[in-house]
Design a protein around this ligand. Structure first.
Ligand code: NAD
Length: 483
């Protein structure tokens, strides 16, 4: 096994994913937009749009919304351009800042996630639907809600904020963020910088507001504010539950635990490479990332050899027990994920397991049963359990259980279309990727567009500007039939 070659292969896959996203190299991709809007400095001299109490934040955002209304589509488009070009231009500096603050994931991928923000759809998506007929004309327009309250995760602080702003402002809204406390410094830095540039270029103040000290109380205050029309939640089960109980309309991009099925019809080497590319991206922090693998037992050994040949390292026995104890605690008969090892490098996980692995190893894996905590819990780290199953029906049943009806994401490696259909029907997930890395589901090497908020729990799907609009109908009758 040639470890360094395999490491290079993995790098190529990751670079390829980023390149395929826009057909350019990450570094060269920034230049056209740089020309349109000059990059701002990463850290503004003073904080802009950052508040310590909810009332002021929401009132300021409402005022920002009114200013945006006056500016019309032109102002929306200008804000989108500012956010995209600043995020790309500052990707390295901001990605490094977020990496240093959160201490999770991979630096290269933190930067990559910011470089691709330009792929998030903007104002071009807001087009009315029109009918014209014997009875006159009808126009259905996608209009703003006003102020949106947004909750963001620690796993992708600035990318989620940037993506949300692009979608929400393209739709004509202002926003108040209550970011995860673990990523709040990154949030404050980027939001201050965006606001400074928006004010400088457009004269609009406080379009994007943010709690400087986000808490559960500030979340509650935003939910309860009459000036906030809708919440957008990107996070785990607790915050989704809290939002749904709040009584405020909520668009919920909730947790996932995406299963992968590998059957006996595919090139196992490609399946292994795809799973590593998707599941190891940013140390498996992506909610869409491959979290557990169900492989038909007839090809299980060959599949694990394929994982080995791509540099993955198998652990088992007492090493797996040690890692399991380090990653999970038990409460009331349930496993609970401890946060310490979330998003850490494979080497750190190996250390906790008491084994040493080459620096180049992209991930650990272990042969487990379907009830193992690494299968059941959304572990968000590059240690992916492999479960050998007798047949395809058993694979689908186990995948359904592992997915917990989150309706988030699932992946299959198979050339059998009826098996794809069987899995699609059974799991009913928002994203279903066939024969590629999970990242293909967000337009990264697959067709489609990018978003960091996938509204799974409430069903809006991969968010886009229309997700953040109210649909209104305008009808004109009378003697309008000119044909
Ligand atoms: P998290 O749930 O710990 O935190 C998310 C946000 O919710 C944070 O701002 C946090 O402060 C807040 N929060 C947590 N509990 C709360 C409560 N009871 N009341 C009010 N606010 C609360 O999640 P995280 O670790 O930051 O992110 C990872 C989770 O987010 C995973 O479950 C992942 O699948 C999910 N996620 C989903 C998507 C998606 O698009 N569907 C995208 C990214 C992450």
């Amino acid at each position: 096994m040639n470890i360094s070659l395999d490491e290079e292969k993995l790098r190529q896959i990751v670079r390829g994913v980023i390149r395929q996203m826009d057909g350019t190299s990450p570094s060269s991709a920034a230049s056209p937009q740089k020309a349109a809007v000059a990059p701002a400095t990463a850290r503004p001299t003073s904080e802009k749009g950052i508040f310590s109490d909810v009332k002021s934040a929401v009132a300021a955002a409402y005022d920002g919304y009114k200013q945006l209304c006056k500016g019309g589509f032109e102002a929306r488009k200008a804000v989108v351009d500012i956010v995209k070009s600043m995020t790309v231009a500052n990707a390295r500096e901001w990605g490094t800042f977020e990496y240093n603050e959160t201490k999770i994931g991979k630096l290269e991928h933190k930067i990559g996630k910011l470089e691709i923000v330009k792929l998030v759809p903007g104002v071009e998506w807001i087009k009315p639907d029109a009918y014209s007929g014997d009875h006159g004309i009808m126009l259905e327009e996608y209009t703003p809600y006003g102020v949106i309250g947004a909750i963001t995760p620690v796993t992708h602080s600035i990318p989620t904020i940037a993506g949300n702003i692009i979608n929400m402002v393209a739709a004509g809204n202002a926003v108040v963020f209550n970011p995860h406390p673990g990523g709040v410094k990154s949030a404050v830095m980027a939001i201050s910088a965006y606001n400074a540039e928006i004010e400088k270029r457009l004269g609009i103040r406080n379009l994007i507001c943010c709690m400087g000290n986000p808490t559960l109380e500030s979340f509650d205050g935003i939910c309860k504010s009459d000036l906030v029309s809708v919440m957008c939640i990107t996070g785990g089960p607790a915050v989704v539950r809290a939002a749904m109980l709040s009584g405020k309309k909520s668009i919920c991009a909730g947790p996932g635990n995406p299963p992968v099925i590998v059957d006996d019809t595919v090139d196992l080497g490609k399946a292994a490479a795809d799973i590593i590319a998707g599941g190891c991206f940013d140390n498996n922090l992506l909610c869409i990332g491959e979290k557990e693998i169900f492989v038909l037992e007839s090809v299980a050994d060959a599949f694990m050899r394929a994982l080995d040949s791509h540099g993955a390292v198998k652990i088992g026995g007492s090493a797996l027990d040690r890692l399991t104890d380090a990653v999970f605690s038990k409460k009331d008969g349930h496993y609970v994920l401890k946060r310490d090892l979330v998003g850490k490098d494979p080497g750190v996980l190996a250390q906790a397991a008491g084994v040493s692995i080459p620096d180049s190893a992209p991930m650990l894996y272990a042969l487990t049963d379907a009830g193992h905590p690494f299968v059941v819990e959304e572990q968000m780290m590059p240690m992916i359990p492999v479960v050998a199953v007798k047949n395809f029906d058993e694979a689908v049943d186990a995948a359904m259980k592992a997915e917990h009806n989150y309706k988030h994401s699932a992946i299959i490696h198979s050339l059998d279309v009826s098996r794809m259909t069987q899995m699609a029907r059974a799991l009913n997930t928002t994203l279903f990727v066939k024969n590629g890395p999970s990242t293909c589901g967000l337009g990264l090497g697959g067709e489609g567009y990018l978003s960091y908020s996938i509204a799974t729990a409430t069903g809006e799907g991969i968010s886009n500007p229309k997700t953040f609009t109210r649909r209104r109908r305008c009808v004109m009758v009378d003697n309008l039939n000119i044909f």
